[in-house]
Design a protein. Sequence first.
Length: 186
Amino acid sequence: MAQGFVEAMLVFLAFLLVFFIVSHIVLVLFLLTMHRTLKLIRPQYRSMPPGCVWLCLIPYLRVFPAIWMVHATSASLRRQFEALGQSEQGDAYASVSGIVWVYGFGVSLVIELLGYAFDSSELMGVTLLPLMVSFIAWIVYWAQIAVYKGRLKRHLTASYSDDELDYGDDIGRRDPEEDDSYRPRR
């Protein structure tokens, strides 16, 4: 009997390890899509540097950078497509599915923490509904962002400068004629 229990625990732990590895690979692929999409947007239209999407890898704090990422990406896409003359009336630029994803995940996280705090298994069981809705919204959001990325690739034929391609973090040289905060070294 004890041997069967140990084998069952090892199988369960192996399953958890595989699930952890696969889920993080999928998360990295999603963040890579977000990063590449933001890199396609001209720096003057970005609300967020592309490298900041990787903040979503921080355990326990993922929801905060994800909220910022959804809002910033939507605003950046809107400004870029308006500058290209390709904006469409009423287009939310994936903000609806993104908001459902991040806030649904946040609600499920809060419910789960309340369930632990009040030792309520019924409350923890309720987390499945917002978590499933959030998961579906995340898939829809990812697909929508991939579509916008494809549209950007088709419309942006101009080449980027080395500064704009510098990991997409909006690092550039300062021009004293265009920047009032420029102060030459003495």
